[in-house]
Ligand binder design. Structure first.
Ligand SMILES: Nc1ncnc2c1ncn2[C@@H]1O[C@H](COP(=O)(O)OP(=O)(O)OP(=O)(O)O)[C@@H](O)[C@H]1O
Ligand SMILES: O=c1[nH]c(=O)c2[nH+]cn([C@@H]3O[C@H](COP(=O)(O)O)[C@@H](O)[C@H]3O)c2[nH]1
Ligand SMILES: NC(=O)CC[C@H](N)C(=O)O
Ligand SMILES: [Mg+2]
Length: 519
């Protein structure tokens, strides 16, 4: 928890009961320019008092409040005289804690319902909204009996207690989910809660954030040197430019050419960081070292491990040579949330390469100036810091780079084939004005050859697969419906302009069952 932020802004705490949508509640509250943080559902009343929030939001969750091992609030949380809004499970928890009752619904209810707002409802949570609007439900339990002092503020045909309140105690509850976009006026409902009921000022903005964050960085690092690995990706670029603003050349960025970067990426990143952003940058060309280690390796996990380990070795060397005491990391809020949420262990599908694990080995203290921000807040921050749009809206690029997009053996020839194909594809997407609508797009070199006929001759050459997906969180993705004429143009250009490729395919697999990358 960040003491500086809570003191200067009104804080809203979101007590997380494990809903898939908890982070969306946080997004919506921040959209209302109010700072909020997600905390564990069983945070103690004492701890809440010391944090001095202006309001509490209790999230939904998969459990049922009447089950034996259901998660509950700590004692006294509802007696703190702080406004509370319970959403779905959160409402059910309030109901049961205050003496009402919750039972299993005869019919589970998922999807749209029409909420009719009562006169009382219009005075608080639903002020300035329509009398009747669609909301989104996802529950199997319902309130059987309201606790004393509570009244209905809204009902649906299936759910009598769809919105309830104890106005005197400032405790509210919604059976539907205001945080999902399917609920009309969801953002306004949350905004009404934080502004009208909790009286938050609404001064959370990225402009304010820059001033506060730079001051905090200066205080934290004093006149020590800070080092940070920078890839040219959004997070590390924004973090680096923020550091530059805070401490100038006391921050030193290290950019490693691992031999598997895209066409011209090594020079582009250097120009951007040094010339456009004025960041002190050390460029380490380790391409030969990486490619020698990767020679003959075809197994995907082995490629990832080689890149990860070699990267750590190189970075450790640079850090030691610099004498730095601090390490910059571009950790974002979703990574922080992972550690508070109740999420079960998940299977390792792929080992993602990043620089985690470095700090313990190197005895450096961490600086994580973006740890409170969501990705879109980081983008806004980057734009305010003057970073060019192309770089802010760049598709993510994995640490192991093209090594996991060359299926089979990595050779210099195959690398240059893939670099050219990828560059043609991305260029055409930009020309067609589609780049920003796509979550991620790239070319993949397949581990097989195909027979073709070119100018009356038989050919036996490499195959390129194109991949473009629509996604917001990269956890699930749909293949992108690209126009045929664009696919035609890209295919013709790749086969005509790149020697050694005679066939192009388009990947129409979603995630799941596929993953975004091929390895
Ligand atoms: N070639 C590289 N040189 C230096 N650091 C790197 C390199 N590749 C990856 N890193 C480090 O690994 C971190 C994790 O990479 P990751 O791709 O998740 O984030 P990013 O590159 O900052 O942003 P994006 O998700 O937009 O690509 C980077 O922030 C950076 O610190
Ligand atoms: O920094 C990274 N290091 C990695 O090792 C790595 N592997 C996959 N990715 C990116 O993660 C997202 C999801 O990818 P998958 O669907 O292929 O698992 C997609 O955006 C992938 O590009 C990586 N990013
Ligand atoms: N989305 C939720 O919070 C669901 C709460 C509870 N598990 C129910 O089914 O009613
Ligand atoms: Mg990256």
């Amino acid at each position: 928890m960040d003491e500086r932020v809570e003191k200067s802004h009104g804080l809203i705490l979101i007590l997380d009961f494990g809903s898939q949508y908890s982070h969306l509640i946080a997004r919506r509250v921040r959209d209302a320019s109010v700072f909020c943080e997600l905390v564990a559902h069983d945070i103690s009343a004492e701890k809440i008092k010391t944090l001095n929030p202006k309001g509490l939001i209790l999230s939904g969750g998969p459990a049922s409040v009447y089950e034996n091992d259901a998660p509950h609030l700590s004692p006294g949380v509802l007696d703190l005289d702080i406004p509370v809004l319970g959403i779905c499970y959160g409402l059910q928890e309030i109901t049961q804690t205050l003496g009402g009752s919750v039972v299993a619904h005869e019919k589970k209810e998922y999807g749209y319902a029409q909420l009719t707002v009562s006169t009382l409802g219009k005075e608080a949570l639903f002020s300035d909204l329509e009398d009747d609007f669609s909301v989104w439900m996802s529950h199997g339990d319902k309130i059987h009996q309201l606790p004393e002092g509570f009244v209905d503020c809204g009902t649906t045909s299936n759910t009598e207690h769809a919105a309830v309140a104890n106005i005197e105690r400032n405790i509210y509850g919604l059976q539907f989910h205001p945080e999902v976009t399917h609920t009309k006026f969801g953002t306004q409902i949350l905004s009404n809660f934080v502004h009208e009921i909790c009286h938050c000022v609404g001064d959370w903005s990225m402009k304010n954030f820059i001033e506060e964050a730079t001051e905090e960085i200066r205080k934290m690092v004093g006149d020590e040197l800070v080092i940070g690995a920078v890839s040219g990706g959004v997070d590390s670029t924004v973090a680096a430019v923020l550091m530059k603003k805070a401490i100038g050349d006391q921050f030193q960025a290290v950019f490693v050419n691992n031999g598997v970067l895209r066409k011209d990426e090594d020079t582009e990143v250097q120009i951007r960081m040094r010339d456009k952003c004025g960041v002190h940058l050390t460029y380490v060309d380790a391409s030969e070292e990486f490619l020698a280690m990767l020679a003959g390796v075809t197994e995907p996990e082995t490629k990832r491990k080689i890149i990860g380990n070699t990267f750590i070795e190189i970075f450790e060397r640079e850090a030691k040579a610099s004498g730095a005491k601090f390490l910059l990391q571009g950790t974002l809020y979703p990574d922080v949330i992972e550690s508070v949420s109740h999420k079960g262990p998940s299977a390792t599908i792929k080992t993602h390469h990043n620089v985690g694990g470095l700090p313990e080995k190197m005895n450096l203290k961490l600086v994580e100036p973006l740890r409170l921000l969501f990705k879109d807040e980081v983008r806004t921050l980057g734009l305010i810091l003057g970073i060019e749009e192309d770089s802010i809206y760049r598709h993510p690029f994995p640490g192991p780079g093209l090594s996991i997009r060359i299926l089979g053996e990595i050779t210099n020839e195959r690398l240059s084939v893939l670099k050219e194909a990828d560059s043609i594809f991305i260029h055409e997407l930009r020309e067609a004005g589609l780049y920003r609508q796509i979550g991620q797009a790239f070319a993949v070199l397949l581990p097989c050859k195909a027979v073709g006929v070119m100018g009356d001759f038989r050919t036996y050459e490499e195959v390129i697969a194109l991949r473009a997906v629509e996604t917001t969180d990269y956890m699930t993705a749909h293949w992108f419906n690209l126009p045929y004429d664009l696919l035609q143009r890209v295919s013709t250009r790749i086969v005509n302009e790149i020697r050694g490729v005679n066939r192009v395919t388009y990947d129409i697999t979603s995630k799941p069952p596929g993953t975004i990358e091929w390895e």
